[in-house]
Ligand binder design. Structure first.
Ligand SMILES: [Zn+2]
Length: 257
């Protein structure tokens, strides 16, 4: 059983603040999601396991530099968890008061709702099947909500998956595989997860034989029906594009050397 908890947040002055207020409660165990429905009115809603301690929630907001009081709470069925979004996205994006240095995350929550962008880095995500998210998470799947998820492939962003409403993120630390896109220079990070090829293994073959058979090998595996990118590759889709890019990189660097 879950509860919807209405909060009156204090200190929110822009859409950037709203994204901080959304992130703060998510550090509290038992909180499923948090959304600012209207930052101009200081309205926020947190969906949490029933019985969550109000003081812990308020303390998390205070620690993030905002105040808040609980206005009400009501039981809700998990499947009907609402998707609340900030109003007036234009306002949120143009009237951001947040100074980047003080507020490293300034992408308004509303952006995530509009354009499927990652709430951390602001880059567009790629829709991903929830079966991939479930297969990849290294944590209890009670965190998975009945919403759409997207994959963030931005290299220097820690977020791997985020919910379409921008209220929930899963980071590299919460995923059971190291992610090629997040560590493009990690020689031992799989680029092909089904047949376990890495940049290092591709380079080793190249240095030994002067060629690469990895693309043929992956294609042969695909033809044999052996690949399972949807549950083995964090991006949830075929790795061939990434493998080609690594082969090209290896080729270019060895030609130069
Ligand atoms: Zn991101």
């Amino acid at each position: 059983m879950q509860e919807g908890i209405q909060l009156a947040g204090r200190g929110m002055t822009c859409g950037g603040c709203a994204s901080h207020v959304v992130q703060a409660p998510q550090t509290v165990p038992g909180v499923q999601s948090a959304v600012v429905s209207d930052w101009t009115a200081g309205q926020a809603t947190v969906v949490a396991d029933a019985g969550l301690d109000e003081q812990t929630l308020v303390a998390a907001l205070t620690a993030a530099g905002y105040g808040g009081t609980i206005q009400g709470r009501h039981p809700m069925r998990e499947a009907s968890a609402p998707e609340f979004f900030p109003e007036t996205p234009e306002q949120s994006t143009t009237e951001s008061c947040c100074v980047p240095a003080a507020h490293p995350i300034t992408k308004p929550v509303a952006m995530a709702r509009i354009a499927n962008v990652c709430p951390e880095c602001g880059q567009k995500g790629k829709p991903i099947d929830s079966s991939t998210v479930k297969a990849m998470l290294s944590m209890s799947l009670t965190q998975v909500r009945p919403v759409s998820y997207l994959f963030c492939g931005t290299t220097d962003c820690p977020v791997v998956y985020f919910s379409k409403d921008g209220a929930q993120t899963f980071t590299t630390a919460q995923v059971r595989e190291r992610v090629h896109q997040k560590e493009p220079n990690g020689g031992d990070v799989f680029v092909c997860y089904c047949f376990r090829h890495t940049p290092d293994s591709i380079r080793a073959e190249w240095e030994t034989t002067g060629r690469s058979t990895v693309i043929d090998a992956v294609n042969a595996g695909i033809r044999a029906g052996q690949c399972a990118c949807d549950v083995r590759n964090p991006q949830g889709s075929c790795c061939l594009g990434n493998v080609r890019a690594v082969v090209k990189q290896v080729e270019e660097s060895t030609v130069k050397a």
